[in-house]
Design a protein around this ligand. Structure first.
Ligand SMILES: [Fe+2]
Length: 368
């Protein structure tokens, strides 16, 4: 926080820093990003689409422990470094269904992690990422509530990784190399669940909206607070506020408090109030929430298309260092014929009661 430009401009009356407009902050105003804005591209078909819906190869060795009813599974008795391509596909499908999958005591190296993740597609690059293939994730010891007075990005908020990209990431994998004994947990919330928790009237309303995902606020904050230069200029992207998952076919809310600043179809006050509601909706969703206590060698793999996450801020002294890899996903889309997780479960139940075969095909038979 000491690096913030506003720290150099103290109010003589209050004694507190004065917030600066980005255009008058030399760190932001004078910076020219080296790379252009990314163009849309079409990634290869998601590896989870090739998986056996029953995941027999994966579960022939792995023991499954669901951490909550609706999100989060821990797999035991496996080393990610030893998985076959078939098992990796099945793992991706499990991640797409459960939102996030955890592992402990992994022997994976950074090289191994990069190689493993290349199985899932083209590696993404975070705007502040120096290495082309992975980003180093540190802890969060700053006072987010205080920082937010002087720099605009709510960095401690719920987000899907770089959701402002035209092709936002699908899968992310974070492997912890150094970690304090307590503090620094990460939490995830299911976007399938957040959609299901809305009323039918609200679902209909939100189905037709576009959420404004922006990197503008992060851009300013990276330059001022982190003191590093973003690779690319800031962008606003209008993504469907509800997206259809390309593998499970399920609807997921596509709104997060970290990058979404409003809704394209709404007027300002309408937009602000709706965003305020979603902030409450995400923060209060304990029934769609899972929290992970890290240990050295632990790994989490999640699907940014159906979960949001945040690191829990703390005051711990010991270093925290994680290696994250991500791959590009498809440009988010909304299929009005897709269904929510609860709707599918209800239909499958009714089909069974009616004596019909409720199963369809491998890609859509995925109640999580
Ligand atoms: Fe993240």
């Amino acid at each position: 926080m000491a690096h913030l430009e506003s720290r150099k401009h103290i109010s003589p009356d209050s004694g507190f820093p004065i917030t600066l407009h980005p255009n008058f902050n030399p760190k932001i105003k004078d910076y020219v990003p080296p790379d252009p804005i990314r163009e849309e591209f079409h990634p290869d078909k998601d590896r989870a689409s090739f998986a056996d819906p029953e995941k027999k190869a994966l579960f022939s060795i792995a023991k499954r422990v669901d951490l909550t009813e609706l999100i989060g599974t821990r797999l035991e008795n496996i080393q990610l470094s030893q998985l076959s391509p078939q098992q990796l596909d099945e793992l991706a499908l499990l991640v797409a269904e459960r939102g996030v999958v955890f592992f402990r005591d992994q022997d994976l190296t950074t090289e191994g992690q990069v190689k493993l993740f290349e199985h899932y597609g083209t590696l993404d690059r975070h705007p502040a990422q120096k290495d082309q293939r992975h980003v180093i994730i540190r802890g969060s010891r700053e006072d987010h509530r205080e920082i937010l007075k002087y720099t605009p990005w709510p960095s401690g908020e719920w987000h899907a990784d770089t959701s402002f990209e035209i092709n936002p990431p699908s899968y992310s994998l974070l492997r912890m190399e150094e970690h304090p004994p307590v503090g620094g947990d990460t939490a995830w919330v299911s976007q399938y669940g957040l959609y299901d928790a809305l009323s039918d009237a609200m679902k209909k309303f939100v189905d037709g909206l576009h959420a404004v995902h922006t990197s503008r606020l992060q851009y300013d904050t990276i330059l001022d607070l982190w003191g590093t230069g973003p690779n690319r200029p800031p962008i606003d992207t209008h993504h469907p506020a509800v997206r259809t998952h390309p593998v499970t076919g399920l609807k997921a809310l596509n709104v997060n408090t970290g990058f979404v600043t409003g809704f394209a179809e709404l007027k300002k006050q309408e937009s602000d109030k709706l965003l305020e509601f979603f902030a409450y909706h995400i923060h209060s969703a304990d029934d769609h929430y899972v929290r992970w206590k890290w240990t050295v060698g632990a790994v989490a793999m999640w699907d940014n298309r159906c979960v949001v996450h945040r690191v829990i801020p703390g005051t711990y002294e010991a270093p925290r260092k994680g290696i994250r890899t991500t791959v590009f996903g498809e440009k988010p889309y909304f299929d009005p014929n897709s269904e929510s997780r609860n709707e599918r479960a209800k239909q499958e139940k009714e089909s069974m009661i009616n004596g019909e075969n409720g199963a369809t095909d491998g890609q859509t038979q995925t109640p999580a």
